[in-house]
Design a binder for this molecule. Sequence first.
Ligand SMILES: [Zn+2]
Ligand SMILES: [Zn+2]
Ligand SMILES: [Zn+2]
Length: 275
Amino acid sequence: MTDIRQLCCEKARLRVSDSKIVCPRHASVEVRHRIAAIDTRAPEIGIPAIQPAQGATWSMNYAWPYGSHGDLGARERLIEWASKRRLTWSKKSRCFHALLFGSCAIRDCSVSDSRGVPLLNEVTGLGLDARWMDHVTLWERDKIPALLLSQPYTDASDVRDVLTLPGPQSALQVEILDRGWHTPAAAYLGFRLDERVSPAGSVPVCSSCRSRRSRHWQVHRTTLDWLCLSCWGGDPYDVPDGCEYKSGERREMRRWHALAVAFRGTASTDKEIAA
Ligand SMILES: [Zn+2]
Ligand SMILES: [Zn+2]
Ligand SMILES: [Zn+2]
């Protein structure tokens, strides 16, 4: 809740410090200089310009991501953070699919609750709560999605207590900080991908009869061996320990497999992958 004493007048809309929100008329020369200084640097981290016809205003000449659009200090922290890490803002879908596979084909995925969280949890055993995906931005390095950043209004220690972090060999690394560039009340959860996950190949293929035709599969969580329903010869609802039942579109199974390869050895160490 904004304290009314922080506002210069009823037209105030840009936060310029912890205790001050100003309008164009009451913005100081110093504030104007700060706006101009970060506006010059916005293109450097890929923030797109807003045209006057699209509603550009004195303090909004660039499409600053949610979490920084009404807060000058947040924009300044954002610029420093992104340029130090050589990251540029991505206009792709802000979801784990885009981070893990380079793009996402699900309509409005980034505004949905899931954002690929169930898939990520299933494969990595990370234990991420979808409610921690808030004020999400996707960042690229060399035009490839490299980091998905969430800055939820959550205590970072609560997140640390719950997550089972991937081991050092995992392609996915999770960075949890007490705060990011958003307001001080928001924690920082950075999901960094050091290696692209490619869902290529002929998976699933039966490790026993080499068939690819089955609609129903059993996959071993550690060896990632697939077994078709005929070779398995069992009841799809009676899956042996350490295995999972899979059925569905081939594309989805290939993605699952690719993720499991990337994260192998990280999830099944002390906590079993959630089935
Ligand atoms: Zn004012
Ligand atoms: Zn997606
Ligand atoms: Zn088979």
